[in-house]
Ligand binder design. Structure first.
Ligand SMILES: [Zn+2]
Length: 300
C-alpha cells in the first residue's frame, strides 16, 4: 500500500481484525479512521481524518488482557526511589487546583481520584487537607487503598452513582489513554463536579517530538507494556474533548523530550540522547511538543 505525504495509509486496511476496539473516533468525529504509518504489534495505529486523534487497532480481547497488568495489590504505588518525586509532583498539581478554586469553595474540599489504584494520590490529597475518595476498577489495588482507610468504590465511575455536584476537584492521572469512551467519562466528571470545579488530567502527548522521532519504538504507544494504552491525544484533540464535555482548558502544558527508550539502545547512546532531550525540553514545552501533557480543566 502507498503512503501519502503525511505518512498515512488509507483507507483502513481489510487486514485489521473486524473485532477491533475502535471503528470510529471516540471524540465524536463523523469521519473515517485511516491507518497511519506507525505499525505496532497489534497493527497500524489508526488516525481520525478529522481531528488527527490516534487509536490502537487492537481487538477488545487484546485490550482486556493488557488492562490486567494493573490489578495487583501494589497497583501504581510508586517504587521507593520515586516516592519523593511522586509526592512533590502531586502536591504541586493539587496546590494549583487549590489556587484555582480560591475562596470560592470553603473547606473541606472533596476530591475524587478516578483510577486511584492503591491510593497513593489519595494519601497526598489527605495530607493537603482534602477529603479524598477514589474509584478503581482493579479490585486488588482498590482493596489496598480501602485497607489504608480510604473510601474507594471498586468499579467504573458511572457505576458509583455519585450525586450531582459532589466534588470540588477530580483527578484522572494516566487514565484517559486507557479509556474507550472518553466523552462519556468526562461528561460524568462534569455532572459530579461543583460549578467551577477543577478536573486535572494527564496523558501522553501523541503530537510530541518524542512520539514523532521514536514512532513505534516509543513506549507510550505500547499496548501491553503500558497496560492498555489505546487512545492517544494531542493538545488539539484533547481541547476538542474538553470543549465537547463542557469544560474550558484553564491551563495545558507539556514537558519532557526523549529520543530513545533505555532498553532499545546502549547506555552510552542513551546518555547522549538524554542530554539532547534535556537541552530541547524548554523549547518543547514552549511549543507544546513535550511528551507528558497535563491539563487543568474548569467546569463551565
Ligand atoms: Zn476525531
Amino acid at each position: 500500500m502507498h503512503a501519502d505525504k503525511n505518512g498515512d495509509l488509507s483507507p483502513v486496511s481489510a487486514t485489521i481484525s473486524r473485532d477491533r476496539l475502535f471503528d470510529r473516533c471516540p471524540l465524536g468525529c463523523n469521519d473515517d479512521l485511516q491507518t497511519s504509518a506507525i505499525i505496532l504489534t497489534e497493527g497500524p495505529l489508526l488516525r481520525c481524518a478529522m481531528c488527527s486523534h490516534l487509536l490502537s487497532s487492537c481487538t477488545r480481547g487484546q485490550y482486556e488482557l493488557a488492562l490486567k497488568k494493573w490489578d495487583t495489590s501494589s497497583g501504581t504505588t510508586p517504587e521507593a526511589r520515586s516516592a519523593a518525586r511522586f509526592q512533590e509532583v502531586t502536591e504541586r498539581r493539587l496546590r494549583y487546583a487549590l489556587r484555582l478554586l480560591g475562596r470560592l469553595s470553603p473547606p473541606p474540599l472533596r476530591l475524587l481520584d478516578v483510577g486511584c489504584s492503591s491510593g497513593a494520590l489519595l494519601a497526598v490529597a489527605a495530607k493537603l487537607g482534602f477529603s479524598p475518595s477514589g474509584v478503581e476498577i482493579a479490585s486488588k489495588a482498590a482493596e489496598t487503598a480501602q485497607r489504608a482507610g480510604f473510601e474507594v468504590f471498586c468499579g467504573l465511575l458511572h457505576e458509583a452513582r455519585f450525586a450531582d455536584e459532589a466534588f470540588n476537584v477530580i483527578t484522572a492521572f494516566e487514565l484517559i489513554e486507557h479509556v474507550t469512551a472518553p466523552v462519556f467519562l468526562l461528561s460524568e466528571c462534569h455532572r459530579i463536579l461543583k460549578p467551577e470545579g477543577v478536573l486535572i488530567i494527564n496523558t501522553p502527548n501523541a503530537a510530541s517530538w518524542t512520539a514523532g522521532v521514536m514512532r513505534e519504538s516509543w513506549d507510550g504507544f505500547h499496548l501491553s507494556s503500558m497496560g492498555g494504552h489505546v487512545s492517544f491525544f494531542s493538545p488539539r484533540s484533547f481541547a476538542k474533548l474538553a470543549g465537547r464535555c463542557g469544560f474550558r482548558v484553564e491551563r495545558l502544558e507539556t514537558r519532557r523530550v526523549r529520543f530513545a527508550e533505555s532498553h532499545h539502545v546502549s547506555p552510552v547512546v542513551y546518555r547522549a540522547l538524554k542530554v539532547l532531550g534535556e537541552v530541547l525540553s524548554i523549547p518543547a514545552s514552549l511549543l507544546d511538543k513535550g511528551h507528558d501533557m497535563l491539563a487543568f480543566l474548569r467546569k463551565m
